[in-house]
Design a protein around this ligand. Structure first.
Ligand code: 1CP
Length: 417
């Protein structure tokens, strides 16, 4: 583990990139910096970074081989409807996946979960994690699979203690001021998370080619709130810390940007077809804080991800961002915008850049209820996003109370819309 001290840590906002560097770890990044200074062509920069980071060269090669919207393999085109939408095409009926589609609402998931010692062991067991991903796909005709993992594997990989309390959710030891400077090196997270990439590789081999695999990570601020408070929720404490100790929080975000970029790039290199950033705690921020804690770190994350050679489309999901979703959509560099339950589709369409793919946003509680009004609600969502390129989803994750047969009814309703 690498120890940061306040004197050693330099925050280097350079050409839109934010790097956390210590003298000991700066060799790799200073090479990038030198190339930028020498104004090397962007492609050669991307390739040289890619070649030096194991697996990344694969992603760079895919960049040349993959025509937009499709993967080419053995001379044949692989048509993935969701990837076509992410490339800007309107597809009718829209492709569908469901946030948290693997999980506690499925009895077979609960049975599988009981087999693992704890939740993180589950996430780091490729056989169990693959099974969790495939369970909802066996039941439902979904248009995408999502990796089974969690946003809190990043704090775990950075050396923080993460535990999942039955019925309560995740708990971490709140990060003290001093501990912010003693986190593990963000460059090392991919080694710790190797079992996750093995899961991605196995899934890509197991899934039908037309089913895209979604990789994911938490947004830097969302993960930071768990690390600062020890539990979820953009509660008052994280905001207070952001005001009182801006240097500490900005440093934490810089470490998370680097760690998350590497984690997402490794998922793409292992075979993830697209990526989602879950910024689940975007709510309750003033415009000034939103700019500092969400927009700037996400923009740095996107820049870094692309510099690492990952070309996969990225869905940004700033849940609770409200009136600020337009700034998020325009300024972070994400490919597509995830829209939460309370945001009207018409507002998202007006605020996002023309033609940006949108994802969302049926109320998960309506899916719990089922029945006629739910089917009409699902069709209304489809209509409301027209004519934008649209991926149908819930406005947040499916809840454990949802009867699985309501998902079957949902797919039917959308495909009749
Ligand atoms: O014991 C269990 O089974 C715990 C339930 C559970 C599951 C199924 C947790 C704990 N995480 C997961 C998997 C998970 N987490 C996935 C893959 C499953 C899928 O989507 O099919 C994903 C994408 C996540 C992402 C995640 N974890 C988010 C972002 C999405 C969201 O809901 O906003 C967040 C905030 C977390 C933290 C977390 N992990 C687990 C829970 C219950 C929570 C949320 C708790 C809270 O509200 O603070």
């Amino acid at each position: 583990m690498l120890a940061y001290s306040a004197q050693e840590l330099i925050l280097e906002p350079f050409a839109g990139l934010v790097f956390a560097m210590t003298p000991g770890q700066s060799t790799q990044l200073s090479g990038v910096q030198q190339r930028l200074e020498a104004r090397a062509p962007v492609e050669s920069l991307v390739l040289s970074v890619a070649q030096r980071l194991d697996r990344k060269s694969d992603a760079a090669k895919v960049a040349e081989a993959r025509p937009p919207g499709n993967r080419e393999e053995g001379g044949g085109m692989i048509d993935q409807a969701m990837i076509r939408v992410l490339d800007g095409e309107r597809v009718d009926p829209p492709p569908v996946w469901i946030m948290r589609q693997a999980g506690r609402y499925l009895p077979e998931y609960r049975e599988l979960r009981a087999r693992a010692k704890n939740f993180l062991t589950f996430c780091y067991s490729p056989a169990l994690a693959c099974e969790a991903v495939l369970q909802p796909l066996r039941r439902f005709d979904l248009d995408a699979a999502i990796l089974f993992s969690d946003i809190l594997v990043i704090p775990d990989a950075l050396g923080r203690k993460v535990r999942f309390v039955e019925g309560e959710g995740p708990r971490l030891d709140p990060l003290s001021k001093e501990e912010i400077w003693r986190l593990g090196a963000p460059e090392d997270v991919a080694a710790h998370l190797a079992p996750v990439y093995e899961t991605v590789e196995r899934l890509r081999a197991a899934l039908p080619r037309q089913t895209p695999l979604i990789g994911f990570a938490g947004g830097p601020w969302t993960v930071a709130t768990y690390m600062i408070q020890g539990e979820g929720g953009e509660k008052d404490r994280s905001r207070e810390v952001a005001y009182r100790r801006p240097g500490d929080v900005d440093s934490l975000l810089a470490v998370l940007v680097e760690a998350t970029a590497r984690h997402l790039a490794a998922q793409a290199a292992a075979g993830a077809d697209c990526l989602q950033i879950f910024e689940s705690w975007s709510e309750g921020l003033s415009e000034t804080l939103f700019e500092r804690l969400i927009i700037a770190p996400t923009r740095a994350l996107m820049t870094r991800l692309r510099a690492l050679g990952a070309i996969a489309p990225v869905i940004g999901f700033p849940r609770g961002a409200g009136a600020l979703i337009g700034r998020y959509a325009r300024e972070t560099g994400v490919t597509a915008l995830g829209v939460d339950t309370q945001t009207p589709a018409s507002f998202a369409r007006a605020e996002a850049p023309q033609g940006m793919p949108l994802q969302g946003n049926l109320d998960p509680q309506l899916l719990v209820c089922g029945g006629r009004s739910f089917e009409a609600g699902a069709r209304r969502v489809v209509e409301a996003f027209r004519p934008a390129p649209h991926i149908f989803n819930l406005g947040h994750g499916i809840t454990p109370q949802t009867p699985p047969e309501h998902v079957t009814a949902l797919l039917k309703a959308i495909r009749r819309a």
